[in-house]
Design a protein around this ligand. Structure first.
Ligand SMILES: Nc1ncnc2c1ncn2[C@@H]1O[C@H](COP(=O)(O)OP(=O)(O)OP(=O)(O)O)[C@@H](O)[C@H]1O
Ligand SMILES: [Mn+2]
Length: 462
């Protein structure tokens, strides 16, 4: 029985797993798929029950959170303010200072701490994802800044999300002649990055979920953004399209279109407003030159890390190993577009790095990009907790591709087609092996293990 050829009509439904299954009978197929899914889900569950995910959470004092609820005296005044500000389309506000009354997006904001955006097995997470993927949308406007089209969506319970529409089919690989800085953004990469970051145990990507959005009812009819409103049109086959205004790919030729009105997109939970929680943006010391001809200093200087290590804030605390964590996340998903990263200002230098903007990840599966690993190669430094989790994920028992497949199958858009095709999932395993090999080389090059491994879990003896 030979695998069938990829049909032209629905290529995104064809993963290699589906190809091998295409010979089975129509009744056997769903049963087998269900079993595969159940086995992968069991692996994911086992992974998240492992001590490496439950033991080492950095202990923070109770008040080491980004935001705090106001004291009793101001509460009354506050409630009045909420009521008087409520607008048409919004649900009446029914929450007070008690956490139980808070909508999921507010619980998410209140749960952000110095070291992570949400907790492992956070019970609010499923509720937040559910809200993002189903709640009534009352407004959609363009987010200014940035290079490509994206919208800020507002829900009737005052929650907000950053929406990136689908621009590329899942099976497509980025054209090799495109520079990374002009690559299209991919909604499924934003979703997959959230799942990968959580599986790696970082919890530094704001929760992201997929959703089918009605271009007319949920964007065109309700937008107050006049510049956006002017860009809607019907395509020759009658699909509803729009293109917005931005510095890259915002033209009729690059419009995003529904089928005929439903468009896939990623919705990322919005972080607290900058007026409440200012963020600091840091230039990545290993940022690319963003020029077609110039090399960056790190590309020409093998001892570049020695310089970085002496420069604040990389000279103390966990900043360097946090940057290495981000490097590993980026290498696994082949994201070259990490020019800056952000932190919450209130936490100073002693805090986690926000992992934002993964629209250009998962562009190619047939090729790895070794240069993304340069910080690890040049610094030979890694958190012990990260290394141990990577080793776990390289074992067949918890194989990264299997737990990613399971995790992504929980996204609503998995019902349309798998969020990552099988070649992308295999690439994750291949790249993970490359990271571990690189760490082994570092260990051989250094006399003491502690020169390479930063032990952030001294009480863990596994
Ligand atoms: N979940 C979020 N909540 C709030 N703000 C966000 C969130 N995600 C991203 N942002 C902010 O929005 C800005 C633009 O988002 P993003 O980087 O994803 O888009 P972009 O078009 O790729 O931008 P750029 O071209 O500047 O890289 C980011 O610099 C970040 O500060
Ligand atoms: Mn970007």
């Amino acid at each position: 029985c030979e695998p069938s050829q990829r049909p032209q009509t629905q290529p995104h439904n064809l993963t290699s797993a589906n190809l091998t299954r295409s010979c089975s009978t129509s009744t056997a197929k769903p049963v087998r798929q269900k079993r595969v899914r159940e086995a992968d889900l069991a692996k994911l569950e086992a992974l998240f029950s492992h001590a490496l995910y439950t033991l080492h959470a950095p202990s923070s004092p109770d008040d080491d959170t980004l935001l705090r609820i106001r004291t009793q005296e101001t509460e009354e005044h506050n409630a009045q303010q909420w009521l008087s500000n409520s607008k048409e389309g919004y649900d009446p506000v029914q929450w007070n200072s008690s956490t139980e009354t808070h909508p999921p997006w507010l619980r998410f904001h209140l749960g952000i701490s110095r070291w992570q955006l949400y907790q492992h097995r956070d019970t609010n997470l499923p509720a937040l994802l559910e809200q993002l993927s189903t709640h009534r949308i009352i407004s959609a406007v363009q987010k200014t800044g940035g290079t490509q089209l994206k919208l800020v969506i507002t829900f009737s319970n005052y929650g907000q999300a950053l929406f990136k529409p689908m621009k590329q089919e899942r099976y497509e690989e980025t054209n090799v002649n495109l520079y990374y800085f002009s690559d299209f953004e991919r909604h499924n990469a934003e979703i997959a990055a959230f799942h990968l970051d959580r599986i790696l145990g970082f919890r530094r990507v704001p929760p992201v979920v997929g959703r089918l959005v009605d271009v007319i009812k949920e964007i065109k009819d309700i937008t107050t953004d006049h510049k956006l409103a002017r860009t809607f049109f019907n395509s020759p086959v009658g699909n509803s399209c729009f293109y917005g205004q931005c510095s890259y790919y915002c033209s009729t030729e690059h419009a995003v279109c529904g089928r005929p009105r439903a468009i896939e997109g990623s919705l990322a939970a919005m972080l607290p407003d900058l007026s409440l929680s200012p963020r600091r943006s840091w230039r990545n010391p290993w940022r690319r030159s963003y020029s077609r001809s110039k090399l960056a200093l790190w590309e020409k200087t093998p001892a570049y890390c020695d310089m970085v290590k002496k420069t604040p804030p990389y000279d103390r605390g966990t900043r360097l190993v946090d940057l290495i964590d981000m490097t590993i996340l980026d290498f696994l998903q082949s994201n070259m577009d990490r020019h800056h990263y952000e932190t919450f200002e209130i936490f100073g230098n002693n805090t986690f790095l926000l992992h934002l903007d993964h629209g250009r990840a998962f562009g190619r599966y047939s090729k790895d990009e070794p240069s993304i690993l340069t910080p690890l190669v040049q610094c030979c430094r890694i958190r012990r907790s990260t290394l141990l989790r990577l080793r776990l994920l390289s074992s067949p028992q918890y194989r990264l591709s299997d737990v990613m497949r399971a995790s992504l199958s929980q996204d609503p858009l998995a019902a349309v087609a798998p969020l990552l095709t099988e070649p992308h999932l295999s690439a994750l395993d291949r790249r993970l092996a490359a990271v571990l090999q690189r760490v082994q080389r570092c260990l051989l090059q250094h006399q003491h293990h502690h020169d390479v491994i930063y032990d952030d879990i001294t009480d863990y003896s596994g």
